[in-house]
Design a protein. Structure first.
Ligand code: F6R
Length: 370
């Protein structure tokens, strides 16, 4: 059932192009408009939404954080992302015009389910982004946008993450279409970029695994890792850090790269592995320059730099000890490719250390208790 792969995690990472493809499929009509008939929230109610709160846990919450950058940019309404277990106990401000988006692969995470119930009791609409047909969360939600990643068996979530981002982007573009906050042409261009992502993920899977395996071999003895990114690269850094601690049991921390000088740089010592998610360099991207200066700062303190960067990035080539390359894509699409080498790195490091990558210690696939 592993279809020739030696772990479910390996198999599921390789299913990511299909997971994104299938999540997109059927949601775009012949004219290229987004069609969410299945969601069954009245267009009128959708148009009235003035705030989104994403509730989720772990990896699903990082998908929500990525979506926040995109949806706020497209729809011009505030998007908050909150860990489901924190949300529920802090008396959040919810109105009938708040859309609560509950993201969950399993659809059975108790913390997320309780947050959903709390939101509905307060009169807010809840839309579930879920990978499991008929699970508790989609059953109790007002509307469902299924991710079609297929069953995820490995405890560490991989293909569900890219599918969750894809589904949340479709929701964001749908709202932009309804509210008229983005020109039609731009929506179509963005959808084209999204449709091109399965191919780009495939390209990473076709070219980067040997580089990642070599890096894992080189880094297997490291005691700790830092992961840094900005903008959408920030949640990707958090996700990379989570994967590595979950299955390779390596102590990791993920930070927003801009925080470095506000504390984390004190951790950087000779040889400390620091992973940077580098945004595209094209168009004199200010974010790129900022991340490069972060790399310079830690490099000057002797860090060992691992970078996920766009093909042809000369600045990164100058400083990084190891580079995982991704094909060119718009910044908002980059999480879909950038996370792939980080998932592979965690998997390869766990294998190096002789751990069962599909069943990490102390963890369950779905956390059905609070
Ligand atoms: C990480 C991981 C967990 C889950 C979290 C939420 O690899 O698997 O962090 O993402 O427990 O689970 P779902 O998405 O099923 O609600």
């Amino acid at each position: 059932e592993k279809g020739g792969w030696d772990s479910f995690m390996d198999k599921e990472i390789h299913e990511e192009p299909a997971a994104v493809q299938r999540t997109l499929f059927g949601r775009l009509d012949d004219e290229g408009n987004i069609n969410l008939d299945e969601v069954r929230i009245d267009e009128h109610d959708f148009r009235a939404i003035d705030k989104i709160i994403v509730v989720a846990c772990g990896t699903a919450s990082y998908a929500g954080m990525v979506a926040k950058y995109a949806i706020e940019h497209w729809v011009r309404i505030p998007v908050e992302v909150e860990l489901a277990h924190e949300f529920r106990y802090r008396d959040p401000i919810l109105t009938p015009r708040t859309l609560v988006v509950a993201i969950s692969q399993s659809g059975e995470t108790m913390d997320t389910l309780m947050a959903l119930r709390h939101a509905r009791e307060q009169g807010s609409k809840v839309l579930a982004i879920c990978n499991t047909q008929g699970a508790s969360i989609p059953r109790e939600a007002d509307a469902v946008l299924y991710t079609h990643a297929g069953p995820e068996v490995a405890v560490a979530s991989t293909k569900a993450f890219v599918a969750q981002i894809t589904a949340a982007y479709i929701l964001g573009l749908y709202l932009a279409q309804l509210k008229g906050t983005v020109f039609r042409d731009e929506i179509h261009q963005t959808l084209d970029s999204l449709k091109a992502m399965p191919q780009k993920i495939q390209q990473v899977l076709d070219t980067q695994p040997p580089r990642v395996a070599k890096a894992a071999e080189q880094l297997a003895d490291a005691n700790s890792f830092l992961f840094l990114g900005r903008h959408v690269g920030y949640p990707v850094a958090l996700e990379g850090a989570l994967k590595l601690k979950e299955i390779a049991y390596t102590f990791t921390e993920g930070f927003a790269a801009g925080e470095l000088k506000h504390g984390p740089i004190a951790l950087v010592d000779e040889g400390e592995p620091v992973v940077f998610i580098v945004p595209p360099a094209r168009g004199r991207n200010i974010l790129h320059a900022k991340v490069i200066s972060g790399i310079e700062e830690v490099k000057a303190r002797g860090a060992f730099i691992i970078a996920v960067a766009e093909e042809g990035d000369k600045d990164v080539e100058r400083y990084a000890d190891i580079i995982f390359w991704r094909p060119q894509c718009p910044t908002l699409m980059s999480p879909l490719v950038d996370v792939v080498p980080l998932q592979l790195l965690a998997m390869d490091m766990a294998k190096q250390k002789g751990y069962d990558v599909d069943k990490p210690r102390n963890l369950a696939k779905s956390v059905t208790v609070e």
